[in-house]
Design a protein around this ligand. Structure first.
Ligand code: MV4
Length: 472
């Protein structure tokens, strides 16, 4: 087993990985930058090293991170999510430097990084894919011919895109002509690969993803699904497990499909296979994420399986100690992302210093976070402050527990998504489990929640006014 793991990430996911290492008696080395020197994960690691230059580049500098790992005697690196977690060259550099990359092989990362290749692999594996073009489109004639056959609307997708980037819905030949060129140019600019393909657009789908665990001895299992349909412009806000609409038959079929795709690319470690479920109950593979996901916590809460611990032991060459028959999903879990954003102001990211902090607690309540009183929220990274995950025996119990936990959550000094999440937990369609990817667009009233002034905020305002008056 590893002696020391370098955690090549920050914030809540660095905390999550450090906790798993602590439980396994593995020493940890954190990296931090000038952009967030006071991150609590830095204090929790056994060692901490400044990377740079600047607030972000150090986290993206493969050579600097691998050189550090070699210098400090780390035998493995965990990339978390984002940053270098889906970078095949980084995984290769780790291996070439004798450092274990805690994640899938570079080969699997590369294959799943191409949405066109992933579709081909799924088709060969007999997994349903959305009707679409055979490979990337280079000739407008082929694009128009596909749209004529499939019927509008269709979706233009960047092959090197993912997570919702590089997508355009078009509803006519004119729109298709206008958007093909720009889509390809944007993909070239964003991903260094301008190839695009087209799929039939699935209206108001559910976004269902299956958690995969695969070891290096050919054992592959799935840990059930997560429904991530409550999202805004591809930013997931609330995720639930299990889905409220999958039948046991669909769960079995989609779980087997997810395993078939993992097997087709000889996948190892943790990964997530994403599907769309249409209004008629048909499912389609769309992409696979070769990394740990933000929302992995809801799967852990209903299966009691520690995904990060399994990632570490798989990377150390151990066989899985669980089989598919051991995966039992009990109850319902919900995760709310507590972001430093202002839902009333187009979710713009907010910074500030936390003036009061108290996590909710009690039965079935889990906080993954790196926030504390007097923490200054840095403006350089994604806005995620903490993830609030609750589980209940029933959906209703989970919703009421999430409502109570959000109410209880004290996080002042910076605007957050907490009041917006509270509004969702009281919204009848959500409470009844009636939501798909159009939910936030079709419930605009959610954005008009009333934000109660906290007493001390009022005291601060009044005392400032008095001071100003006396100063006159
Ligand atoms: C789609 C789709 C509808 N039709 N593909 C692709 C990236 C993945 N993370 C979500 N993606 C989608 N692909 C076809 N053919 C709907 C989604 C989708 C989505 C698209 C736009 C805005 C929000 C979305 C939320 C979930 C799924």
């Amino acid at each position: 087993m590893f002696k020391k793991i370098l955690v090549a990430n920050r914030g809540e996911i660095a905390m999550r990985i450090i906790r798993a290492c602590r439980e396994l008696n593995i020493a940890t080395a954190a990296i931090y930058s000038e952009g967030d020197p006071t991150g609590i994960y830095v204090k929790k690691a056994d060692e901490a090293y400044l990377v740079g230059p600047g607030p972000v580049r150090g986290f993206l500098d493969s050579q600097q991170i691998v050189d550090l790992a070699v210098r400090i005697g780390a035998d493995a690196i965990h990339p978390g999510y984002g940053f270098l977690s889906e970078n095949a060259e980084f995984a290769e550099l780790c291996q070439a430097s004798g450092i274990t990359f805690i994640g899938p092989s570079p080969h699997a990362i590369t294959l799943m990084g191409s949405k066109v290749k992933a579709r081909e692999i799924a088709e060969i594996a007999g997994v349903p894919i959305v009707p679409g073009t055979d490979g990337a489109i280079t000739d407008m004639k082929d694009a128009l011919a596909f749209a004529k056959k499939a019927g509008y609307p269709v979706m233009i997708k960047a092959s090197a895109g993912g997570g919702g980037r590089g997508l355009r819905v078009v509803r006519s030949d004119a729109e298709l002509r206008e958007n093909m060129e720009t889509a390809s140019r944007e993909a070239e600019a964003s991903f260094g690969d301008g190839s695009v393909f087209i799929e039939k657009y699935i209206e108001r789908p559910h976004h269902i993803e299956f958690q995969i665990l695969a070891d290096r001895h050919g054992h592959i299992i799935h840990l059930g699904e997560r429904d991530c349909s409550v999202q805004r412009r591809h930013q997931k806000l609330i995720e639930i497990a299990p889905s409220l609409i999958l039948t046991p038959k669909l769960r079995e079929e989609m779980g087997n499909a997810a395993i078939a795709i993992a097997r087709a690319v000889r996948y190892d470690n943790a990964g997530t296979v994403e599907f769309l479920l249409d209004q008629e109950g048909r499912f389609y593979f769309i992409e696979m994420n070769p990394r740990l996901q933000v929302e992995h916590t809801i799967t852990e809460q209903i299966t009691a399986i520690d995904i990060v611990r399994n990632q570490i032991s798989i990377a150390a060459g151990k066989p899985l100690d669980i089989q598919q028959k051991d995966v039992i999903m009990l109850g319902h879990a919900i995760q709310c992302r507590i972001n430093a954003e202002d839902p009333k102001n187009n979710f713009i990211p907010c910074t500030g210093t936390v003036t009061a902090y108290l996590s909710p607690g009690g039965i079935g309540v889990r906080i993954d976070g790196a926030v504390y009183k007097d923490y200054t929220v840095p403006p350089y990274y994604d806005a995620l402050l903490a993830k609030l995950t609750v589980r209940g025996r029933t959906w209703e119990e989970a919703v009421s527990r999430m409502r109570r936990s959000l109410e209880e959550y004290v996080l002042r000094g910076v605007k957050t998504t907490i009041p917006f999440m509270e509004a969702i937990m009281e919204e009848p369609d959500f409470m009844a489990g009636r939501f798909d990817t159009s939910y936030l667009d079709t419930h605009p009233a959610l954005y008009t929640y009333h934000e109660f002034q906290q007493p001390e905020d009022l005291v601060l305002a009044i005392s400032a006014a008095i001071a100003a008056y006396e100063g006159l």
